[in-house]
Design a protein around this ligand. Structure first.
Ligand code: DON
Length: 321
């Protein structure tokens, strides 16, 4: 059975996306269980635990929104989807010499696996893997140039020049990111990183500190839902094959040791961040962003995941049929 198109407002035989999204936002606002706001990056602890936002960008250019969909938050590890896209654009499949593409089954900041695997991170979404990806983008450039490139890429994808990086969040992580510094130094010892550790980490902390709203994030993810192409402009970002493969890595590795649970409950590729955001991709249908700062034990948004589970159930969206 194929999913019916969305209602235009009067036809009640097909799901009304705007209504469903608004209802989910209201249900989420009322829930008492919110998870724990991340505090290991002190600046993130300032987030409002009662916030909840959702935005669903469909193929026709419509964005259904609910709750705090226009409030910017720290996208953190969701940025890793976009740096992976840039690194693949720069070096293609040679990237896979520096980083694997298997689920890790361990925490996003785990150190033990790196030693057992000769400094090659399991995948591009755990911290070690994302730092290696950042190092690939940085080679041959100055940190400032690369940060400018990442920012221009995000603004281009979302078609929104107001997107920025939050320097206070980046500085907060610069001061406290001892685990990431350990991961980076360890990879440097294995020659997995080419650039000075401080340069690579500086770029990594800053791209994690991108501040975006659910609306902006959903718009930025559209190319992954539509065969590598922005459906609004028709402009190609990556090939259809590359979009499929980035989605595959999001599905298998996007929620760290919570990736199996996310696939089971939501059934879509997704990438989380410790700021409480999740970007999820419904191929050929929509790019979805949710945000609620409280996290579960794996560091993924508690209500964000529940909201996505509700949305996909109500719409019958799943890559598994
Ligand atoms: O490197 C860190 O720890 C953070 N900048 C990003 C981690 C993150 O978002 C994990 N995701 N849920």
């Amino acid at each position: 059975m194929t999913t019916p198109p969305f209602a235009t407002g009067t036809d009640k035989t097909v799901p009304d996306l705007d209504l469903i999204v608004r209802e989910i936002a209201e249900e989420m606002r009322a829930r008492p269980d919110r998870g724990e706001v991340a505090s290991y990056i002190p600046e993130l602890a300032r987030a409002d635990p009662t916030a909840f936002g959702i935005a669903v960008a469909d193929a026709d250019g419509h964005v259904a929104v609910g709750g705090d969909a226009d409030v910017p938050f720290s996208i953190q590890s969701i940025s890793k989807v976009f740096t992976l896209t840039l690194a693949l654009g720069k070096v293609g499949d040679r990237l896979w010499k520096r980083v694997g593409r298997e689920p890790s089954g361990s925490a996003f900041n785990s150190i033990v696996q790196l030693e057992a695997e000769n400094g090659i991170p399991r995948n591009p979404f755990i911290n070690a893997g994302a730092i290696a990806v950042t190092d690939v983008i940085l080679s041959g450039h100055q940190p400032k140039e690369v940060l400018g490139e990442i920012l221009r890429f995000m603004r281009f994808l979302a078609d929104d020049p107001s997107i920025s990086m939050d320097d206070a969040v980046a500085a907060s992580e610069q001061r406290t990111g001892f685990r990431n510094r350990s991961l980076a130094n360890y990879m440097k010892a294995f020659d997995v990183l080419e650039n000075p550790v401080d340069y690579t980490l500086g770029v990594y902390f800053h791209h994690c500190a991108l501040a975006m709203s659910c609306r902006q994030l959903a718009l930025a993810g559209r190319f992954l839902a539509h065969g590598g192409r922005n459906p609004a402009t028709g402009l190609s970002v990556v090939s259809p094959e590359r979009a499929r493969r980035i989605n595959a890595i999001m599905m298998t590795c996007g929620h760290y040791d919570g990736s199996g649970e996310f696939a089971y409950r939501v059934g879509l590729p997704g990438k989380s961040g410790v700021g409480g955001g999740i970007l999820a991709i419904a191929p050929r249908k929509a790019s979805i962003a949710v945000w609620s700062p409280g996290l579960d034990a794996s560091g993924n948004s508690h209500l964000g995941r529940i909201a996505l589970e509700m949305l996909t159930q109500r719409l019958g969206w799943s890559v598994f049929g």
